[in-house]
Structures are given as C-alpha cells and as structure tokens.
Ligand binder design. Structure first.
Ligand SMILES: [Zn+2]
Length: 171
C-alpha cells in the first residue's frame, strides 16, 4: 500500500474504495480530500466523488450539522437569489465533472439502471439542486475546486486549521 493510501486508511478507519487520487492536501501535506471513482470495484454507483478525509475537519463539519447549520444555510440559500444561482452552478459543475470521470462505455451501461444517480444528481447525490443535504460533501467540493458557495461559507465558519493533533497520522 502506498504511504498516502495508508494515511487515508487510518483517517477513514477503513481502506478507501475506488480511490483515484488525492484532490487536495492539507498544510501538512497529508490527504484532505480524495477523488473517488463514481463506480466502485464491486460496480456500485458512488455519486460522492470528492470525499473529505481529514478527521479533524470531518468532526468540525459534523458539529455544524448537529448544530442545525444545514437548515440555517438552507434558509439563507432560499432567500438569496445570487447565492442560489452559484449553488446550482456548483451542482451542475459537480455533475459534469462526475460524468467526465466515467468512460463512454460505463456511461452507456448506466443510463437505464440504478446508475442513473451518477448522471442526474448533484453534490451529495441530490436530485433537487435546491437542497443542501450534507455539509461534508459541499465542503469537500469547495476545498477541491473552490467553486462551491455553501462550502465556502462552511470554510469561513470553521476557519483555517493551522495546527492539529496529527489524528490522520498512521502509527
Ligand atoms: Zn455530512
């Protein structure tokens, strides 16, 4: 196993499935967001191609989610047309990027099956591009690409992590 895959395994507490690479590294040079194949080894469709792996940030985002921030961001989105437009664009670009990861052959084989989720959904696998659903997915998308407005708001709330306990360091 590569050193990087080892770190990811200890971050997730399981081996990563369908790993294509690291989309973003943290300030210590460890994986922060990984890029995942939309079709896993066992052929399961997996719509979340950007996955947050840093355990410190996973925890911070989980705190926001349990603190009611999905609803708060959703309310913000529902009344701010400009933010909403950017949010829809983020979903669309996520979907386009995911499609580009698929080979033409696998795209064909998906079109009439449950794999449709890969061809129709946005960030977090949602069909309704007005819905936020999972903050982790939006934050991972923002960290990897810089184009997700909800991810950007999450980033502002969490702030830069400039030190950590090396929770992602494998022993
Ligand atoms: Zn989440």
């Amino acid at each position: 196993m590569s050193k990087e895959k080892e770190i990811i395994t200890s971050q997730l507490r399981r081996p990563p499935q369908g790993l294509l690479g690291v989309a973003k590294h943290c300030f210590k040079g460890r994986p922060l967001v990984i890029l995942t194949n939309p079709i896993l080894e066992d052929k399961t469709p997996f719509p979340t191609v950007f996955w947050l792996t840093c355990p410190v940030l996973v925890k911070e985002v989980a705190k926001l989610e349990s603190g009611g921030w999905i609803d708060r961001f959703q309310a913000l989105l529902d009344k701010d047309e400009e933010l909403y437009q950017k949010f829809v664009q983020a979903h669309e670009s996520y979907l386009l990027f995911r499609k580009q990861l698929l080979s033409p052959a696998s795209r064909m084989s998906l079109s009439s099956t449950k794999g449709k989720v890969l061809l129709e959904t946005g960030v977090g696998g949602v069909r309704n591009f007005r819905k936020i659903k999972c903050l982790h997915a939006h934050y991972a998308h923002f960290l990897a690409t810089g184009i997700n407005p909800i991810g950007e708001l999450i980033h502002k709330k969490i702030g830069e992590i400039s030190s950590c306990q090396n929770e992602c360091e494998s022993e």
